[in-house]
Design a protein around this ligand. Structure first.
Ligand code: ADP
Length: 218
């Protein structure tokens, strides 16, 4: 299904989003005020335009109002990022995703009506930190300020045991919501199922509980 996207700002983050969306066959309009960036992406995106995104008239002229989802990936220039987001919300864009540089930036973006604020460096840092704690932690996803989901490979402390044996809920306050076995995913794991090597547990809980679970069992 083709949908329209616009990516504003072609730094590492915006550039990577543009490449992926284009590779998936999506129509992507990219906007940057740097001519070199536009030249770099003109053969990748469907449309590449040099414009200052803080100029409402330019955005209107580009037909930004007809685009369903706009991604604001202006990095260091926080003022330009905020101003662009305000213009896009005023124009009534259906979905606006914005990259935040820091926590204050994130708060402001949420206040002014960005639908989705992403913080890639911080989130990737967290994921890598959890992976550093143990190679068995495959992924880590923050659900809210204090709840997360982790994807954990069944290690030696888990293999051969059942969920009852491990009693993760009673011992750590976390819930095993699914178990992946290769391409199969069991979304209602039975308490008596014996864990085997290569099983991947998807565990949900508060950050405090997940941290205890990671320290003791992973
Ligand atoms: P990253 O951290 O993802 O690499 P950068 O800060 O390096 O992000 O890149 C941001 C991009 O946004 C740059 O290519 C820059 O030219 C572009 N940019 C900055 N301000 C504006 C603006 N007002 N209008 C359009 N593009 C902008």
């Amino acid at each position: 299904m083709k949908r329209d996207y616009a990516v504003i700002g072609l730094g590492r983050f915006g550039g990577s989003i543009c490449r992926e969306l284009s590779m998936e066959g999506m129509e992507v309009l990219v906007i940057d005020n740097d001519e070199d960036k536009i030249n770099e992406y003109k053969n990748i995106a469907s449309h590449a335009v040099i414009a200052d995104a803080t100029d409402e008239a330019s955005l209107k002229e580009l037909g930004i109002k007809n685009i369903d989802h706009v991604i604001v990936a202006i990095g260091d220039n926080i003022q330009a990022s905020i101003l662009t987001t305000v213009i896009l919300t005023d124009l009534g864009i259906k979905k606006i995703t914005v990259k935040a540089q820091n926590d204050y930036h994130e708060k402001i973006l949420n206040k002014i009506g960005a639908d989705n604020v992403v913080h890639p460096e911080r989130d990737m840092g967290k994921r890598i930190a959890h992976n550093i704690i143990s190679n068995n932690i495959l992924d880590y996803l923050e659900l809210s300020d204090d709840h997360s989901i982790v994807e954990v490979k069944a290690g030696e402390k888990m293999v051969g045991k059942t969920l009852i044996d491990l009693d993760i809920r009673a011992n750590y306050g976390c819930n095993v919501v699914a178990i992946k076995q290769g391409k199969d995913i069991n979304v209602s794991p039975a308490a008596e199922d014996v864990l085997v090597e290569e099983d991947v547990l998807i565990v949900i809980g508060s950050d405090k509980d997940i941290s205890r679970f990671e320290k003791n069992l992973v």
